[in-house]
Design a protein around this ligand. Sequence first.
Ligand code: AMP
Length: 291
Amino acid sequence: MSSQKTKNTNAPTIGRTLPELRAATGQLRQDPQVTLALVPTMGALHAGHIELVKHAHTVATHVAVSIFVNPTQFAPTEDLGTYPRTEAADLEILKAEGVNLVWVPGTDTMYPTGFSSAVQPAKAAESLETDHRPHFFQGVTTVVAKLFNQVRPDAALFGEKDYQQLCVIRAMVRDLDFGIDIVGVPTVRENDGLALSSRNAYLTTEERQAAPSLHEALQTLSKSIAVGTPIEEAKANAKALVLERGFRNIDYIEVRDAETLSPYEPRSDRPGRILAAAWLGNTRLIDNIPL
Ligand code: AMP
């Protein structure tokens, strides 16, 4: 059904207020055959986001994309003020991709005066990102829960690029009975292996050349564990490689259970995941690959 649908060539409906959003989703839902997939983003769209949108068309008859730079997932010292905002270009991309609905709420709509609720993130949020960005996941779970309640999609798509986030959202949807299919989409990379990210725009020419070594180090780490190198030794080698290539600091390079994100047991037959975050100059890059 969804694979045979004709591509929407009309400009997407743009909602900026809750009444506008409700009018648009209400109209779509008049047809009981309609299914809706949501792709939440912070804008500054690149080929990674576009891959999510293309995948969304294969899981539902209609696609909605949200664009909201969520202030509650940034610490005061982080890059909320300088985060790239490219709405006009984003809307052109979404039109070309046949998106039906774009939800662009203002901060006042998401966090009106008096807003004080929050969604407690699941156990998967412990350690890794949370050790370095303690505010982050509660900001994400709360805003994603709001987006789900606002748009009421049948499915939502998230990139494996933010692997811990994907695990935390899956747990939230399961634990709180959202009844939404969460679909993970593999990371889209540059030819040299660098994972696409809106933050790559911050890199200087020199840093951009060094950036793929994070992915390279994760691949080397995976291979050396596969041939029996003890995990601690393999991790130390990966960290040394990244620092040698010009990264300033490593927040973590860890090997975890791919589902629970608890420490990986080498002798278990469960899938593993290697996750990393490291600083190149003033830019924090994250990446992960399957073990
Ligand atoms: P962001 O706009 O950075 O919040 O990302 C919005 C969505 O796009 C998240 O689900 C990300 O995981 C996903 N995403 C970002 N970069 C990539 C990438 N390189 N490949 C696949 N998905 C991505």
